[in-house]
Design a binder for this molecule. Structure first.
Ligand code: HAM
Length: 414
């Protein structure tokens, strides 16, 4: 029964089997974030295009080539959100959250959209969970944010995870460093790939990510910012590292770490997983002390991360077993339909999972179906008003008191 329609390229359906593992992941994340005081926020799936152009940055691949942008009927340019930080900062400003006690700690989860070349772990509609801690420049916040993702990956049991840590320095330090890096790239233009050469002045940091030999050779001798952090930038980075050390979180300092968004300052980090192949980053983030100002607010330091839900699930590669059912209410005679439905509702209201046959099966078929559903017990309602209780694990069946079926079920549970 194949339809001529398919999910669009780079998107996928989340079928019930897969939804179960997602549910476990999302539940674990919500509990971890809540325990650390991160409150959920949800923002729209689309925003004004200008928000991302300003927030994410004109020089990034995301803004240059990957946004799903469209015009609405009022000829406004809207874009399906490619990431969450710009939206959360927009909401922070729009709702005057800067007037609350700082920092404001928010968590989110949902679909995001990037027009990338689809492959394993890379989709056009994907899901992120993340947190943002807005309104403090304390290194404690950087460490706290990193710990949230570290805790989540540990609790879920994601294998082979490595935390990479870097720093881009303050906005001014970063600006000065970028000039130096551009000069280095210009001095070696002939050895660079065409792509990197064309973007020297737009986004020189991306050269660290290049996979061609020529560029890599040039980058081996390129200046790195981590090596020359000064003053408060250096102190901040040292403080983040010692907080992670104190918390027993292992990391490697990676002076060549770059991220695909323009807003980062100071700390940047990335959790990679060796089980993932080419798309090895499970999640990452960093500090973005200039973003809120960029969006029209007062200078407001902030830090956060986002992780790819599909990538975490790929790294885990395990199926959550089906939950089964506490009960299935079967009927030995069609006259018992209403009674069966009423009993199933009563069981459900008492907190048990219960199903009735919706497909007109005979008793044998119902028992088979109950087994398929993983029902632990079947109540068989008989035409004379009697009932039988069948334990599907042992196959044992006995008469049950028709007036006390709920009690009988509960008794068995205890
Ligand atoms: P990002 O590194 O662009 O950061 O994305 C975060 C995570 O989303 C990635 O590590 C990856 O797991 C997942 N991801 C990204 N693109 C795709 C894709 N096409 N398919 C599947 N998964 C994907 C951000 O989005 C920042 N907003 C993170 C942040 C929050 N920084 C500060 N606060």
């Amino acid at each position: 029964m194949a339809s001529k329609f398919q999910a669009p390229r780079g998107t996928f359906d989340i079928l019930p089997e897969a939804a179960r593992s997602r549910g476990r992941l999302e539940g674990a994340a919500a509990a971890i974030f809540a325990r650390a005081g991160y409150e959920p926020i949800a923002t729209p799936v689309f925003e004004d295009t200008a928000l991302f152009e300003r927030g994410v940055g004109q020089s990034t691949d995301i803004v240059r080539k990957e946004m799903f942008t469209f015009e609405d009927k009022g000829e406004r340019s809207l874009t399906l959100r490619p990431e969450g930080t710009a939206s959360v900062c927009r909401a922070y400003l729009e709702h005057g959250m800067h007037k609350q006690a700082q920092p404001v700690k928010l968590s989110y989860l949902g679909p995001f959209f990037r027009h990338e070349r689809p492959q394993a772990g890379r989709y056009r509609q994907f899901h992120q969970l993340g947190i943002e801690c807005i309104g403090t420049d304390s290194p404690l916040a950087d460490a706290e944010v990193i710990m949230q993702l570290s805790d989540l990956l540990a609790e879920l049991g994601v294998p082979g995870v490595e935390l990479r840590l870097g720093s881009l320095g303050s906005l001014e330090a970063r600006r000065a460093y970028l000039e130096e890096l551009k000069a280095h790239l210009h001095a070696h233009e002939a050895e660079l790939s065409k792509d990197v050469r064309e973007r020297i002045d737009i986004n020189p940091l991306r050269a660290f990510d290049a996979d061609d030999e020529g560029t890599q050779g040039v980058m081996a001798s390129a200046p790195t910012i981590v090596g020359r952090l000064e003053g408060e930038d250096a102190e901040h980075f040292e403080a983040v590292k010692s907080l992670l050390d104190a918390a027993g979180i292992a990391y490697v300092v990676d002076p060549t770490l770059v991220r695909g968004l323009d807003y980062y300052t100071r700390t940047i980090f990335s959790f990679v997983c060796d089980a993932l192949g080419a798309q090895s980053e499970i999640g990452g983030g960093g500090r973005y002390d200039g973003l809120i100002e960029q969006l029209g607010g007062a200078p407001t330091p902030a830090v956060g991360f986002a992780a790819g839900i599909e990538r975490i699930l790929l790294a885990l590669d395990e199926e959550e077993p089906a939950a089964g059912r506490d009960a299935f209410v079967a009927i030995a005679d069609p006259s018992q339909r209403e009674r069966a439905m009423a009993l199933a509702v009563e069981l459900r209201h008492a907190g048990l999972s219960a199903e009735v046959d919706l497909a007109g099966r005979g008793l044998k078929g119902q028992l088979k179906h109950a087994d398929r559903l993983g029902a632990r017990r079947v109540l068989i309602l008989e035409a004379d008003g009697g009932a039988q209780l069948r334990d599907m694990e042992t196959g044992e069946q006995r008469p049950a008191n028709p007036g006390k079926l709920l009690d009988e079920m509960k008794e068995r549970d205890s």
